[in-house]
Design a protein around this ligand. Structure first.
Ligand code: PHE
Length: 443
């Protein structure tokens, strides 16, 4: 059977961007930028993305399209008889662990979307209670986790072109329309100017080594690097796809989404005097922002739009995580797509059920963390950097000679003034910087 391929340029960019744009753009980046020097952080992040994020993205894309297989298969094909495939195994394991808890959060967003539409979220004033109470008194998070898992399953069953690509083609434009609509609303609020100033006032004194490390870590997480995602997706890119512009467009658009999220959050919280509330993580999204919406005319509409946005961002990320696992089962074990999807769904139903009950301390603890936090820590702080370093070292030193250049130039048919620079970064700069993030995040 011919290997899957994305059907159009727009489709493959939408799918890749869909993976990059996720909760990180909403609840991580804006607060991080504000706390770390506003526009100064933004410039730093921009430099990190272009000088480090994009080259590592290109290394992963070249590996995927060069090997045209799943994250393990690419190493088997390109370097048979070596142990590099083990990197691929870790790159499949990490998405599995991440999906386990990401699905839970995706379930929350869907539940909030429904409760915004029904108005129940605001009638009971329930956003005012602590997160734990909230989850267990008012919500039925587990049920919604299972609903989103099934929704993901349906998309995955339809395959790469009819499932992932079609969904991304609809969802990504929708995401931008909702984002822009919400920005127009928040930028017309009384406190908009103050909010923007607060978000972006450049403060270079805040840039320290640890902010640089933060910016690097954010770059990797945000571009979905080190998780086999780009390797898998780009194994479906047609031979004519120009990798360099694709990587740059995805990286920049993801940054634009994160910025627009800041334009929504900061003007809104300053206008309603909620600036001392949590502006980071789940509390921002499930507590502070509902309070903001409660102060706005048209509460339910804005609230529903926001949670729709969040749900779309999460969904296009989980399908990319799932595809890594499904491609692995199909390509490695010759499983039918349908069976692979069902197997992964069943395993994830188990894992996310455990995760869904763990934030409230119901689950067991691992190294003093709930299962939920532990999986996040293990996957994003440990497995992700390890895979990213290994892929850079492989592409820089051990891959078949000229693979990166061949992929960047589409077998010599494109001019690529940048391929030398990309190779240099992948060989010398990226492994060292990623190792630094790794070490810093552990101490
Ligand atoms: N890149 C996504 C974000 O910014 C997060 C993500 C990580 C998505 C890993 C898929 C896989 O939120």
């Amino acid at each position: 059977m011919a290997r899957n391929q994305f059907g159009s340029k727009i489709g493959l960019v939408a799918a890749t961007l869909g993976s990059a744009v996720g909760l990180g753009n909403v609840w991580r980046f804006p607060a991080e930028a504000q706390a770390n020097g506003g526009a100064a952080f933004l410039m730093l992040y921009f430099v990190c993305v272009l000088l480090l994020g994009a080259p590592v993205m290109l290394a992963e894309m070249s590996l995927g399209r060069g090997g045209r297989s799943d994250a393990v298969g690419v190493f088997r094909k390109l370097s048979p008889g070596t142990s590099w495939w083990i990197v691929g195994v870790v790159a499949v394991l990490a998405p599995f662990l991440i999906t386990g808890y990401y699905m839970v959060v995706e379930g929350w967003t869907l539940e909030y979307l429904f409760r915004s539409i029904s108005g129940e979220l605001y009638n009971s004033g329930s956003f005012d209670v602590s997160m734990q109470q909230y989850l267990f008194t008012y919500l039925n998070p587990w049920m919604f986790t299972m609903i989103v898992l099934l929704a993901n399953m349906v998309v995955m069953l339809k395959g790469v072109q009819k499932g992932i690509e079609r969904l991304s083609n609809v969802m990504m434009p929708l995401l931008f329309v909702v984002l822009v609509a919400m920005c127009c609303m928040t930028l017309s609020l009384d406190g908009a100017a103050d909010g923007l100033k607060w978000f972006l006032a450049p403060d270079f004194s805040k840039i320290t080594i640890s902010t640089v490390i933060d910016a690097l870590g954010q770059t990797f997480f945000s571009l979905s690097l080190g998780m086999g995602i780009l390797v898998t997706y780009s194994s479906y890119y047609p031979a004519s796809t120009k990798l360099t512009p694709t990587a740059v467009i995805v990286a920049l658009m993801s940054l634009v989404v994160a910025l627009l999220m800041g334009f929504i959050i900061f003007p809104a919280v300053t206008t309603f005097g909620l600036a001392d509330h949590a502006l980071y993580g789940p509390t921002l999204v499930f507590q502070t922002l509902p309070e903001v919406f409660n102060c706005l005319p048209g509460t339910q509409i804005w609230s529903a739009l926001f949670f729709l946005l969040l749900f779309v961002a999460a969904l296009t990320s989980t399908i990319s995580l799932l595809e890594v696992q499904i491609a692995f089962l199909c390509d490695r074990f010759g499983m039918k797509r349908r069976n692979a999807v069902l197997l992964i769904t069943a395993l994830l139903a188990l894992l996310s059920t455990l995760c869904s009950f763990s934030p409230a301390g119901l689950g067991f603890e691992l190294f003093g963390m709930s299962l939920f936090d532990f999986l996040d820590f293990l996957a994003t702080n440990i497995l992700l950097p390890l895979v990213a370093i290994a892929i850079c070292v492989y592409m820089g030193w051990f891959a078949p000679k000229g693979l990166l250049k061949k992929q960047l130039t589409n077998d010599g048919t494109l001019k690529s003034r940048l391929s030398g620079a990309v190779l240099f970064i992948v060989r010398y700069v990226a492994p060292v910087l990623i190792a630094l993030i790794f070490i810093f995040s552990l101490i």
